[in-house]
Unconditional design. Structure first.
Length: 417
């Protein structure tokens, strides 16, 4: 079995460790009583025992409001008004959208009276309206989220995204990895033969529904023969990632201004222009991407120019990061929210969206960097590191690092065996 074949096994491997997050506080030292044990045979929905109740799900249609829904469920005008008043704080009508769901929980008798109405606000959050008592009660219910520790590894043949997706993993893990190593690895330039090992927590509800990748708990990425290690560590109440030597993986600039799309043209002093049909300098990097792809600033800075470049750049945004560096984002279809001259932006903020304005043969981003007023190759720019682990925390970091790497080795051995 080849290494590539094996990586399929790794992605389909069983869950190793689990951690349970409860949204309700439970006493750590309370004894488990017989009543609690007996309840484990019951069926619960939204924290409600539904053993002898009927549960019916509905979908909100365009134009539906809470009052319209209550009337559709058969409530009188007086009761509808009471329901709307009682649920005003727990249920915001402005946030209800077509396609969202709600549920009725009804008694199993000839009257089939509705006892609860539950509106979904997200995959984990719900507004519950309780009609069982003398007065109507409304409250929020949060579904329990369970974390599963997982391990993956693989050798890249095309892209990190495709490798994870093709082997049954959640491709959002690729975004997590690229975010962590955005300052070290240009993921547009990942080569066949690059490889990675990662341990991470996946968040689940209802035991089987995966919500997202909660966090990366350890990462080793080999890129063009260089090994990059990411160890999560909390310093000054902030959790971030450090390399094996305790240096922060954060840098002043991201490696690329958008995610996972191909480079179509590189920095050159003499590039043949496809529209002008002549050679001229191209002091930037072209990233091909669909129209509307978010374009992110690679670092903190101030917008010093925004508008339309009549010389071919189309809609553009120029950001000054410090006394040395400025970056320019060109051919945008539109600008990001709040992007105005003088606006301060944080690293990763959306400054615009990929388009094809100006002299352009198709949708792409023309990204340019100037250092001390002179154009430089964005793919070769260096960026100074952020703060390393503090001296007084070095011992704690070394312990965390050894534990993270040991756990990754243990998970790898379990999967291989």
């Amino acid at each position: 079995m080849t290494f590539t074949d094996k990586c399929g096994r790794y992605f389909r491997a069983a869950v190793i460790f689990s951690a349970l997050i409860s949204c309700r506080e439970k006493g750590n030292d309370e004894e488990v009583d017989s009543e609690w044990v007996g309840n484990q045979s019951h069926i619960y929905e939204y924290g409600i025992c539904v053993d002898s109740l009927d549960v019916t799900n509905y979908t909100i249609k365009s134009g539906d409001s809470p009052s319209a829904i209550f009337r559709q469920l058969g409530f009188s005008a007086v009761m509808t008004d009471k329901l709307c008043r009682a649920s005003a704080e727990a249920l915001d009508p402005k946030k209800l959208r077509a396609g969202m769901t709600y549920t009725t929980i009804t008694a199993q008798d000839s009257l089939a009276a509705i006892q609860y109405i539950v509106f979904a606000k997200s995959l984990t959050g719900f507004s519950v309206i309780d009609i069982t008592g003398d007065s109507i009660k409304a409250y929020e219910y949060i579904k329990e989220v369970r974390l599963e520790r997982r391990y993956m590894e693989g050798e890249i043949t095309s892209s990190l995204w495709n490798l994870i997706k093709n082997n049954g993993g959640n491709p959002l893990l690729a975004l997590k990895i690229s975010d962590i190593l955005a300052w070290q690895v240009d993921f547009f330039d990942v080569k066949a033969g690059d490889s990675f090992r990662v341990s991470y927590d996946a968040a689940f509800i209802d035991d089987t529904t995966e919500l997202n990748i909660s966090s990366v708990e350890g990462l080793v990425f080999v890129h063009q023969g260089r090994e990059f290690t990411a160890i999560p560590f909390t310093q000054d109440s902030t959790r971030e990632y450090f390399d094996a030597q305790g240096n922060s993986l954060r840098r002043a600039f991201l490696k690329a201004p958008l995610d996972f799309f191909r480079i179509t043209s590189r920095f050159s002093n003499a590039r043949f222009h496809p529209i002008l049909k002549r050679y001229r300098a191209h002091h930037g990097v072209d990233y091909a991407a669909p129209v509307g792809t978010p374009v992110k600033t690679i670092g903190d800075g101030t917008v010093v120019a925004k508008g339309f470049d009549s010389n071919g750049g189309g809609n553009f945004v120029k950001i000054k990061h410090n006394s040395v560096y400025t970056t320019t984002y060109m051919h945008l279809s539109r600008f990001g929210s709040g992007i105005q001259n003088g606006a301060h932006v944080r690293q990763g903020a959306v400054v615009g969206y990929v388009g094809s304005t100006g002299l352009s043969t198709g949708p792409h981003l023309d990204f340019r960097v100037h250092k001390n007023g002179q154009p430089i190759d964005p793919l070769k720019m260096e960026s100074p590191p952020s703060h390393p682990v503090k001296t007084e925390l070095r011992s704690s970091f070394e312990t965390v690092k050894q534990n993270v790497l040991a756990e990754m080795d243990s998970l790898q051995n379990v999967i291989k065996n």
